[in-house]
Design a protein around this ligand. Structure first.
Ligand SMILES: Cc1cc2nc3c(=O)[nH]c(=O)nc-3n(C[C@H](O)[C@H](O)[C@H](O)COP(=O)(O)OP(=O)(O)OC[C@H]3O[C@@H](n4cnc5c(N)ncnc54)[C@H](O)[C@@H]3O)c2cc1C
Length: 415
């Protein structure tokens, strides 16, 4: 329904979420599951389905999902469909410094857990979440629409480009790193251009990956080979090479054979000869952190609140925790009849999430400086540090708990 002369149609919801990516859709599922009436607004023309998410060759965008994120996706009922489609567990992680002798290895056994995580195509996670959200009577999806304005008075009101207006005590921006809605709300971000781009593609290796996620630091440029099992073969990997924009441009222009050779050589041929199976995609890497996550009747989650260097595979995991904590605070207020969109409720969410997100953003910056340095003292320190730490099982256990998401007070949906 759209008309320029007639009175605009106003629809009311208990929450409106803008951005149907993994984080926005997970938040939508959590609120709807609790009984709230939610609108989900997405610029893409139609929701991704499990049928369209399945491809022989994996989609190049993958994420390492922590066991904590897995528990959230299980709580939402999405995990079984993801498992049936394609997820690759990893039980080990090897990280080494290609400039020196430093090397560290983590294993699920040492950490006392079944797996350290799973590598999953983003399309698989999103399609499995959509499977629950689309068709839920508590969810009204608005796909293929753009935002025109955000208005404030007794709640928030979103004006869509087709004239419809959505009114709610709570509007959430989950529209990604370059969030238009965050800008409309006037929330500023601290940006840190990492002066790197990620080159991403899918490869087949001569040697099996053995369920191990590997990462080499080559002159401060992390190259990850993330294990993928495709139709029973454990010779596939998703590669993410975070490098200078100039090098990324060169790599992405190489013929596949030459790119395979470059990847194999940079990786010290640990997985043997490398055959590139897909186009090389490039993603600029900018760390951003919103100065505020909340305003009255408004909140940011996921990449709209923070975007992080992919070297530790934490981005969507942090975003899913934002969704789980925001849902916990909002549902708790809604169930006891308290104003769930007011600042007092939303600030509890911000307090619970900002520290964890800031710490992770700071850590990624520190890694980049440490591994990018040619200072001989720092090079020696990092090599000694990695190798020394490799001998210290209790310390490695602490690190593993951090990397697997077992940090701080977890929301009940992730316990
Ligand atoms: C190379 C690379 C590797 C990565 N690897 C990992 C990893 O291993 N592990 C990990 O945890 N994270 C990883 N990440 C980060 C992860 O991909 C992101 O953190 C995650 O995708 C963010 O999810 P999101 O739902 O917040 O945002 P997005 O995925 O950006 O989704 C935003 C959604 O909003 C929609 N949208 C945008 N604008 C509008 C609008 N105006 N109106 C309506 N809808 C709109 C978009 O269409 C999209 O559907 C990686 C990132 C990169 C670049």
């Amino acid at each position: 329904m759209s008309s320029s002369s007639a009175t605009p149609s106003v629809e009311s919801f208990e929450a409106v979420i803008v951005g149907g990516g993994m984080v926005g859709t997970a938040l939508c599922a959590l609120l709807a599951q609790a009984g709230m009436r939610v609108a989900l607004v997405e610029v893409q023309p139609a929701p991704l389905t499990l049928e369209s998410a399945v491809r022989k060759l994996p989609n190049p965008r993958v994420s390492a999902l922590t066991p904590v994120s897995q528990r959230l996706l299980t709580h939402l009922g999405a995990w079984p469909a993801m498992q049936k489609t394609r997820v690759t567990p990893y039980k080990g992680m090897h990280v080494w410094d290609a400039e020196g002798s430093g090397e560290i290895a983590f294993s699920a056994d040492e950490a006392g857990v079944a797996v350290l995580g799973h590598i999953v195509e983003n399309t698989v996670t999103l399609a499995a979440l959509n499977n629950h959200v689309i068709g839920d009577p508590n969810v009204t999806p608005y796909f293929g629409v753009r935002l025109q304005a955000l208005q404030r008075s007794s709640g928030s009101r979103l004006v869509l480009d087709d004239g419809r207006q959505l009114h709610s005590p709570l509007i959430v921006a989950a529209d990604g790193a370059r969030s238009v809605l965050r800008e409309m709300a006037g929330i500023d971000v601290a940006s840190d251009d990492m002066q790197q781009e990620a080159v991403v593609t899918t490869v087949q290796c001569a040697k099996p990956h053995g369920g191990i996620a590997r990462q080499a630091f080559i002159d401060g440029r992390p190259l990850a080979f993330l294990p993928l099992t495709v139709e029973g073969s454990d010779h596939y990997c998703s590669i993410v090479w975070s490098t200078t924009p100039e090098h990324a441009a060169v790599l992405s222009e190489l013929p596949r054979e030459a790119l395979g050779e470059a990847l194999g050589k940079a990786f010290g041929h640990r997985l043997g000869e490398v055959t590139v199976c897909d186009k090389a995609h490039r993603f600029p890497l900018v760390q951003r952190h919103a100065r505020h996550y909340v305003q009255p009747h408004f909140a940011l989650v996921g990449d709209a609140a923070h975007s992080i260097h992919p070297l530790a595979g934490q981005g969507v995991n942090l975003g899913l925790m934002d969704a789980a904590v925001l849902a916990e605070e909002v549902v708790h207020a809604w169930q006891r009849g308290a104003p769930w969109g007011e600042l007092s409720t939303l600030r509890r969410y911000e307090r619970r999430r900002r520290f964890d997100n800031s710490a992770m953003l700071g850590l990624m910056k520190g890694f980049k400086v440490l591994f990018g340095s040619h200072d001989p003292a720092l090079t020696l320190a990092r090599n000694l540090g990695m190798s020394g730490m490799n001998q210290l099982v209790p310390l490695k256990r602490v690190l593993m708990r951090q990397a697997t998401g077992e940090r701080g007070r977890l929301p009940l949906s992730c316990c």
